[in-house]
Design a binder for this molecule. Sequence first.
Ligand code: TRP
Length: 329
Amino acid sequence: MSDNNRILSGMRPTGPLHLGHYFGVIANWLKLQEEYNCFFFVADWHALTSEYADPTKIKGFVPGLVKDWVASGLDPEKCTIFQQSMVKEHAELHLLFSMTTPLGWLERCPTYKEQKTQLAEKKLNTYGFLGYPVLQAADILLYKPCAVPVGKDQLPHLELTREIGRRFNHLNKTELFPEPADMLTEECKLPGLDGRKMSKSYGNSIQLSEPIEEIMPKLRSMKTDESRLRKSDPGDPAVCNLYPYHKLMTDPAKLPEIQEGCKNATWGCVDCKKVLMESMEAFLTPFHERRNACTDERVAEILDAGNKKAREFAIKTMDEVRGVLNFDF
Ligand code: TRP
């Protein structure tokens, strides 16, 4: 289908987004919304797989996620922003796919096997968690996208999605579901404050919505090139934890000076951090302004419009699915 330039991706609403999400996922979505017919959705049912014991949190995280997206520059005029649980067709297709998906496919899924060792502690020994990729396959195939932009960790789920679609097509002698391609998102080049991957659970992240005053002390205590003990020691931006931040947030024209200053020890880490603080403020201030302007009412408007568009598409696909299955009563 050459006229198909639809892509779809989703995020679970599990808390405020941080800089790692921005540079790892959202920056890519911003480019895609200019070129593709994009559907981006809040995977709130998926969040229940881990948060089922305390679902009240999800209710606040859903509008929070939409605000983070809009403040980052996702434009509801250019892409369709919607909420999974408001399009019930996801649940119906999930149920139908669950009938045809062999257990072995799910038990062999790397994300399931990995988590299985932590099952007891995380209480993920549920039917819903095992079936997570089946729900994801329904999310995706409902919209028959040409591709799904995701990180490396999600590739097994996409492979399963294609297998589930292929099996449906084969069993029902149809070509209803096209095979969506992988569209691999480059890995985030931004480490956390301690040099490990930026992650909420490591406590080494900077949230996009965090007040500037709270970020500054974090930057001050941030790790730099560890072999540089005194200011007079030359440093190496290539191994410094701070330099990747400059590369992403500081005016490129200033980078040579920063590099030189570090390498010949005319700049100390404190000087370098001062410049980063300015860059960070310049980067986050417009985000904060847009986020404050995005009221709960605006979020409701965006989701109402997006849910309606998504639903129209999903209803059409489900009519076709029911027809193929002889369930068009
Ligand atoms: N599993 C994805 C994640 O944890 C979220 C997700 C759910 C998703 N359904 C999707 C992503 C469909 C892409 C397409 O990040």
